[in-house]
Design a binder for this molecule. Structure first.
Ligand SMILES: Nc1ncnc2c1ncn2[C@@H]1O[C@H](COP(=O)(O)OP(=O)(O)OP(=O)(O)O)[C@@H](O)[C@H]1O
Ligand SMILES: [Mg+2]
Length: 297
């Protein structure tokens, strides 16, 4: 295999991730990805969109080199991902690439938040002062310095998420993979995270963020990749182009078309994916899930 190139360098052509015809099939035979073609360049900020079960988390685990493709070719930082997943040069690889898992319980395993945030830097063999400085900075970045001595399993969902993000930031990875980082964050903390992603981007880190929150996409990404229900890339373009393509967004289940009846009048309009919306108790307003939309009344 090719070695991992040092210090966050992509391969000579600036490609960080290169995937062709990548499939991933879970041991229970569930096909999660079925023919992914994708290149990500150094310094890109990519938003990864797709309905539940479309394969976003699976793709991020492949990019993080913790699982290997079942089929197809894939390199990350110039290394063969199948080899990295088998442990070859994995330590060096994970200095460069950090994944914040969708479920923070997967990421937090130490007796205290501080220990979890310090784990990566200690593994790197850094000195005590450097470890302490990195941890303090990462905890401050996520505004959880006050939680440093708490046990992770005693935290709220959002606090755990922030601790999990801090535990990746302390590694200073050049490639940051975020799986629904704003899920379960309160509105203020969500914007702390959005600003963090922007700052990392400005520092030329490569960032791939899986999210269902369309409102943050233009702020945190310069490129949008949509996974379709066929478990392949359905669209790949700028936020400006992809997010205005209403038919595409409906097809990918990223927005939801509702048909409303107001008295005798009918109209339809899209809603962002999310919890069902309500129209109060007005009995004159009914809505049905209808795809495709019928013409406005
Ligand atoms: N550990 C697993 N074992 C078997 N199948 C799995 C496993 N994890 C995920 N899958 C399946 O793989 C497919 C892709 O799942 P994945 O978690 O990658 O989707 P996702 O796009 O991240 O969804 P969500 O938006 O709900 O997080 C789904 O059909 C899912 O049921
Ligand atoms: Mg997921």
């Amino acid at each position: 295999m090719q070695p991992v190139t040092g210090q966050g360098e992509a391969s000579g052509d600036g490609i960080v991730f290169h995937l062709r015809g990548v499939r991933y099939v879970y041991p229970n035979k569930q096909v999660a990805l079925d023919g992914i073609d994708l290149d990500v360049r150094r310094g890109e900020q990519v938003a990864l969109l797709g309905a539940n079960g479309s394969g976003k988390s699976t793709l991020l685990k492949l990019l993080d080199g913790i699982i290997a493709p079942s089929d197809g070719t894939m390199t990350a930082l110039g290394a063969d991902v199948a080899a990295v997943a088998a442990g070859v040069d994995a330590f060096r690889f994970h200095r460069e690439v950090g994944l914040v898992f969708q479920d923070p319980d997967v990421q937090l395993f130490s007796a205290s938040v501080f220990d979890d945030v310090a784990f990566g830097p200690l593994q790197l063999g850094l000195g005590r002062d450097e470890v302490r400085a990195r941890c303090d900075a990462a905890l401050a970045e996520m505004e959880i310095g006050h939680l440093a001595d708490r046990a992770p399993f005693e935290l709220s969902g959002g606090e755990k998420k922030r601790a999990a993000i801090a535990s990746v930031l302390s590694l200073h990875p050049s490639v940051v993979l975020l799986d629904e980082p704003t899920a379960s964050l309160d509105p203020r903390t969500k914007w702390v995270l959005v600003n963090l992603v922007r700052r990392l981007g400005a520092a030329n880190r490569t960032i791939v963020t899986a999210t269902h929150e369309l409102d943050i996409v233009p702020i945190i990404a310069d490129r949008v990749v949509v996974l379709g229900e066929e478990r392949r890339v359905l669209a790949d373009g700028s936020p400006r182009d992809v997010l205005v393509d209403r038919d595409l967004l409906i097809r990918a289940n990223l927005i939801h078309e509702h048909l409303h009846e107001h008295g005798g009048e009918r109209h339809s309009h899209p809603h962002e994916a999310g919890p069902d919306h309500h129209h109060g108790d007005n009995p004159g307003v009914r809505h049905h899930d209808v795809v495709p939309a019928s013409p406005a009344g």
